[in-house]
Structure formats: C-alpha cells, structure tokens
Design a protein around this ligand. Sequence first.
Ligand code: NCD
Length: 309
Amino acid sequence: MNFKGKDIITIKDFSKSEINYVLHYAKKMLPYAKGEKCTKLLEGKVLSSLFFEPSTRTRLSFESAMNRLGGRVIGFADPSATSQKKGETLSDTIRMADSYSDVIVLRHSLEGAAQLAADFADVPVINAGDGSGMHPTQCFLDLFTIETEKKHLEGQKVILLGDLKYGRTVHSLAYALSLFGVDLTFVSPTSLQMPKEIVDECKELGAIPASTTKLEKVIDDADVIYVTRIQRERFPDAEEYNRVVGTYQINKELLTNVKKDMIIMHPLPRLKEIATEVDETEHAVYFKQAFNGVPVRMALLSLVTGVIQ
Ligand code: NCD
C-alpha cells in the first residue's frame, strides 16, 4: 500500500484493509510516541498546522507527532492573527501553506473546507475536523483505542452517546465501526439523532444500528460507551442547547451493573457528561485515548509524506 501524497478528508477514503494498515503502523510508533525511542524519520519535513477553530488535543498531538519524528511545524492556532483578518480567502491561505510545507493539517468550522483545501494544495491535506462534517484522524485513534483495549473490533457492542447530530467524531466513527462489523447502538435526545445519511451508510455496510433515548436500558450490555459533548457552538439556537445539555451524565451510580471490562471513551473536551468521579474507575480510558492521537498521527504523517510505505 502506498499513501504518499494521499489527502485524508474522510474516513470513507479508506478501505478496511487500509485502516488496518494504518493501525499496524500506529502500534509500531508507540515507543517513539512515548519518548522511549528516538528517530529522525521526518527530518527535513515541515508540517503546516492551520487551526481556524479551537483545539487542544488534535493540534498538540499532531505537533508532538511531528516533533518526535524529527520534523518541524509551522502554523497558527488563532486565525485572527493571520491575513484572514484582512479578508484573505481560505484558498489563498492554502496556496501559501502548500508552498511552505510538505503536509497540511487543517481544522475549520465549515463542512467541506478540507476538501476545498485539498483541491488547491499539491501536498497532502489532512482534515482535523470540518464543522459538523468529519474528523478522520480522531476516528483512527478511536479505532486504535478500541482495538488495543478490547483486542479486536469485530462483534463489540458499542454505544455512541450524546450529540450525534452535530458531533463530527461520531459521524466518522459510526461509518468505520460498521465497516468492522460492530454492534452499534445510538443513544441521544430525539433532537440530536444521528443524521439519516449516516445511518443509511451504516446499513449499506451491513450494520443494523439500534437507536434509543434511554441510556439506562442499554448500558449494562455494552462493551464500549463512546460519550460526546453537546456541541454548543453548532447550535443555531441557545435555548435549544439549554434544553438538551444535561440529558445524560455518566457517574459511578450508573455504572453499578455494567460489564467489568466495559470501557468509556470520549474524544474530549468533556463538560459534565462524564462526572470526574468516573476518572478513577477502570472503565475510564479517555485520557489514554487522547494519548493514542500521537502514535496514530505519527503513522499518518509518515505514510502521507511517503517516508514509510
Ligand atoms: C472533538 C472535535 O473537535 O470534534 N474534539 C477532538 O478533536 N478531540 C470533540 C469535541 O469538540 O467535542
């Protein structure tokens, strides 16, 4: 398999065997991600890190991945300090980054922004989240986390919980989990259900996702609960946000009868949807999950720059 020059816009750009190939390399990157081993694999390579929307984990783990592989990072985390403030278009900004670097990572509030960037850039573009659209690198690290914690993906009973309408991480993940024969249950308030197009795509891949508003009915049977934040910034109406924000909270009491080895994931940042008392339980893997962004992004950066094949 050769990913040199490949844009990563959506997880749908990858077949099951290509996903497995990335996960295989991510595993190999673990000692480098932890700083136990050193390498200069990406020496001489420059990453443009263009974040038009807030980010902590995605941006820092991309930077950590690049730095630990001996590469360099240029970019911004605050677009108000760039020429966008003077009215420059995204396509012109991308043309510049294209000529300054070997790979571009872009986060933007508009769905489709990453595809537009890819149309203007010769170097590979990696989508680090486009509005409510897709978040493919998060999807890779989510799959990597389930695989490392549960040994395999096939047949796991996975609940996707919370804001399934606006949450881009669950849009990417629902598709990928269907590809891997996972038993899916969507739990959300009625107004924040998984978009029909995504449910249809899951079905086309052979999944039969169940859907409910009642977490307590399904939680005890789950192997994985993937919790999401209600995406306040995507709501057209603040009142609507206030109506749904407190619908679900994972706390110790709710975990009384769950499977002993059930894992709780969250792309983070979490607000109140997981009580901090859950952090000390064996179920909580969300901080490990966030770390997994480093080896996974190391693998992706090395593959799209063609340094490994
Ligand atoms: C997510 C995102 O930005 O979509 N965060 C992340 O990348 N780890 C989830 C969120 O913001 O709720």
